[in-house]
Design a protein around this ligand. Structure first.
Ligand code: APR
Length: 244
């Protein structure tokens, strides 16, 4: 397939969109890989691995409690990119799946429905003993017991940590295999399996477009790049799709 083939020459019925931290940056949520290389001030291995949780549950709970509190601040709201994707889903006549690596709920709040949180959700917890999942909008810690099985100190954030399997991979690969357009928004391409989605989609015949502030590590796999802030580029891109 020739590179830079114009999207308007393609028949597009099924769309898969992948989003990363860049789409929520315009809502005021810090991305993961800032210039200092730290993850919200912490080394990834200290807060986002099962080993870290076993070694220091207090630190890991505190890290996610802080992020949960930030997410629930009134100033943090979906931006025009989240809204545009919900609009695309409502108005697109073909299949549409949104896969997000983000653990915030801004896509949900914007109205996206066919949405997979492949790395889990900040506002959900689960019990490591009985597996019960529940909503969580407050701080949690080792002092809390599971409401279902009453086991003490077994609750953890429903976050897919490094070394754990992301959620619903079968559904995601099925959609990637069947999509005509793959769109990646605001992700640096550092973390697999999400970073490999573009190759899978392109090998299955999809046209691939990257919308990002800067080229990602997987930029070379895309047919087209749109540079800029998601809050500006995504609504414009969605408009061109819906006007096709
Ligand atoms: N608009 C568009 N893109 C932006 C914006 C913006 N306003 N601001 C930043 N970006 C881009 C950055 O240039 C960068 O390429 O978004 C990307 C964010 O990259 P990361 O911080 O690495 O976030 P992400 O790719 O989502 O991380 C993937 O890594 O730590 C894990 O599980 C965590 O889901 C996360 C995964």
């Amino acid at each position: 397939m020739p590179k830079h083939e114009k999207m308007h020459n393609r028949v597009i019925r099924n769309i898969v969109v992948l989003t990363g931290a860049g789409i929520s940056a315009d809502s005021g949520i810090q991305t993961f890989r800032g210039a200092d290389g730290l993850w919200c001030g912490h080394r990834v291995q200290d807060v986002a691995t099962p080993e870290a949780f076993r070694a220091d549950p207090h630190l890991v709970h505190e890290f996610y409690n802080m992020r949960r509190k930030q997410l629930l601040e009134p100033a943090i709201r979906p931006n025009s990119a989240h809204v545009a994707l919900a609009d695309l889903e409502r108005n697109w006549p073909g299949e549409y799946l949104l896969v997000t690596q983000n653990i915030d709920d801004l896509h949900d709040r914007a109205g996206s429905k066919n949405l997979i949180h492949m790395h889990g959700e900040l506002l959900r917890i689960f019990c490591t003993k009985c597996g019960q999942k529940s909503d969580c909008r407050t701080d949690i810690g080792t002092q809390h017991s599971c409401e279902n099985c009453a086991a003490p100190a077994t609750l953890r954030p429903d976050i897919v940590w490094f070394g754990e399997m992301p959620y619903r991979m079968d559904d995601i690969y099925d959609a990637l295999s069947a999509c005509d357009l793959f769109v990646s928004i605001g992700t640096s391409g550092n973390v697999y399996p999400a970073a490999g989605f573009v190759s899978h989609a392109v090998m299955s015949g999809a046209y691939a477009v990257e919308l990002n502030l800067e080229p990602s590590l997987t930029s070379g796999a895309f047919h087209e790049h749109i540079a800029g802030r998601a809050a500006e580029t995504v609504p414009a891109f969605v408009k061109t799709l819906l006007e096709r």
